[in-house]
Write a protein that binds this ligand. Structure first.
Ligand SMILES: NC(=O)c1ccc[n+]([C@@H]2O[C@H](COP(=O)([O-])OP(=O)(O)OC[C@H]3O[C@@H](n4cnc5c(N)ncnc54)[C@H](O)[C@@H]3O)[C@@H](O)[C@H]2O)c1
Length: 463
């Protein structure tokens, strides 16, 4: 329940009133009735029951046992033969499927910090694999997106010691990431950006630059610079626009300003679609040119290569073993490594005590556990990954990251807040039902519920 409330907190979520936590359409539930039902089930269920969820819809409490999972959930299910965008959109509108992203519909979103670890490991592995270096100073990583997950890229670049250049079309998003310390510098014209990249490369300055503008402009300018000077200004590259949802605001085409794009989506969605496709073709064309000169580019699980291919861009698509593969690798399969199945991260802790001291202790405990394991000896296949983990944990505080921990009660060193009393208050809320929050079940909430009213509702639930 705490995690659901966190995913929907107005300070955390992208569009909390629409139940969207991040990524434009990553939802916790499809509608507010489901929210109330789930809160009720969670507050009443016993340890011998399992709650089964399907795309935000609670199927009910099923008899289970204390060692079984308390909840099982799936999101975004489609019958593969019918899994097309049109069918998905129709079924989503009917409320029978929902895109839960990775952590919105599974309730464990913790902001970009949740993905910094994975992004750092990806960058470190990419440096080793493609550039043959473990020290990444002076290397340039270019990508796009400073949103819910993509926002981690700039911080990860700094942790790795390289120069991160991340473009973002939405000025508010860029400002937010700068104010929160996720990016260290903001630049809004290409000339200054290029001279800053040159300076950082030359002096081996570690930094993260948020560029206010379109990623296509950066790639095309880096290509132009290569043509003029023979200097390759990007070593590693990726893309983290919300390309899984390219025509509804996930990807902004280079031909328009941010404001023009927002208005065209509403007035002429077909024209907008065409511009997105053309922009993707331009982006891939510049990346292909630079990749021939030594840039290493990969897909960041955002369907960039898939959508670029659909748009007619030359991404070297071919059939291999019954699957479509592309010229460029993908981060999980080819770069991040086998870390999920080998069981050492990316880890996620939830610290319910909310105490800084506990966070520090848990950092220390996690690092010393990993160091003990390293000392006992680990297979060479995973040794670097363990070292990366230790580096990440030890430097987390200096990078102003929180590392959160769960379930260390056994050690007796971590304080806990009283979960039963919280549950009691949620239960009382759930019993009183949506009547207390009129806008929750009101489809016209946008017009009717004032921001103050909505905040009051969230605050009360939070309390
Ligand atoms: N970080 C990860 O480890 C990871 C893993 C899997 C998938 N993804 C995918 O990455 C994508 C991004 O996720 P998110 O949560 O950050 O989404 P988001 O929508 O919060 O952020 C994407 C950002 O890209 C910006 N943008 C769009 N088009 C642009 C352009 N042409 N130039 C510059 N900026 C542009 C948007 O303004 C937005 O702020 C999603 O498709 C997500 O599924 C990320």
């Amino acid at each position: 329940m705490l995690m659901i409330m966190n995913n929907l907190d107005p300070k955390v979520a992208q569009f909390p009133h629409e139940l969207v936590t991040y990524g434009g359409n990553g939802q916790v539930f499809s509608n507010w009735a489901q929210f109330w039902l789930v809160m009720k089930y969670l507050s009443k269920m016993t340890r011998s029951q399992t709650l089964v969820m399907m795309s935000g819809h609670p199927l009910g409490l099923f008899p289970s046992n204390p060692s079984g999972p308390r909840m099982i959930l799936t999101n975004g299910m489609m019958v593969p033969n019918y899994s097309t965008r049109i069918n998905y959109d129709r079924l989503f509108a009917l409320g029978v499927t929902m895109y839960g992203q990775m952590t919105a519909g599974s309730y464990c979103y913790i902001g970009p910090q949740g993905i910094v670890h994975g992004t750092t490991l990806t960058l470190m592995n990419a440096g080793r694999k493609y550039l043959n270096v473990s020290d990444m100073t002076g290397k340039v990583y270019v990508s796009s997106g400073l949103g819910g997950m993509s926002g981690a890229q700039a911080k990860a670049a700094v942790i790795c010691g390289c120069i991160g250049v991340i473009s973002e079309v939405d000025p508010c998003v860029l400002q937010k990431r700068y104010d929160q310390g996720w990016v260290q510098e903001m630049i809004d014209d290409l000339d200054s950006l290029i001279s800053r990249i040159r300076e950082c490369r030359k002096k081996k300055i570690t930094t993260s630059i948020g560029f206010k503008g379109n990623i296509v402009d950066i790639w095309e300018r880096i290509k132009e610079e290569y043509e003029k000077t023979g200097e390759l200004l990007a070593d590693l590259g990726s893309d983290q626009t919300s390309c899984h949802n390219p025509f509804d605001g996930g990807y902004y085409p280079v031909q328009l300003t941010f404001e023009e794009a927002k208005s065209l989506i509403a007035t002429d969605s077909e024209k907008f679609k065409e511009l997105v496709k053309e922009s993707l073709r331009r982006q891939v064309s510049a990346i292909n040119y630079l990749a021939d000169k030594g840039l290493f580019f990969w897909d960041y699980g955002n369907a960039f290569l898939l959508e670029a291919n659909r748009a007619g861009a030359d991404v070297g698509a071919r059939q291999e073993g019954g699957r479509v593969v592309f010229r460029y690798p993908s981060y999980v399969q080819h770069i991040m490594g086998d870390i999920f199945s080998l069981g050492f991260g990316p880890f996620r802790w939830v610290c319910t005590s909310n105490s800084q001291e506990d966070l520090q202790r848990t950092d220390h405990m996690a690092a010393s556990v990993l160091e003990d394991i390293l000392e006992e000896g680990v297979p060479p296949l995973v040794e670097d990954q363990y070292k990366d983990n230790v580096k990440w944990i030890k430097e987390a505080a200096s990078h102003k990251l929180l590392i959160l921990l769960t379930n260390v009660k056994k050690s007796g060193r971590i304080s806990t807040i009283s979960i039963p009393s919280l549950l009691k208050s949620y239960r009382a809320e759930a019993d009183r039902g949506p009547g207390n929050c009129p806008w929750h079940l009101n489809p016209g909430w946008r017009q009717s519920g004032s921001v103050k009213e909505k905040k009051k509702c969230f605050n009360r639930l939070e309390e």
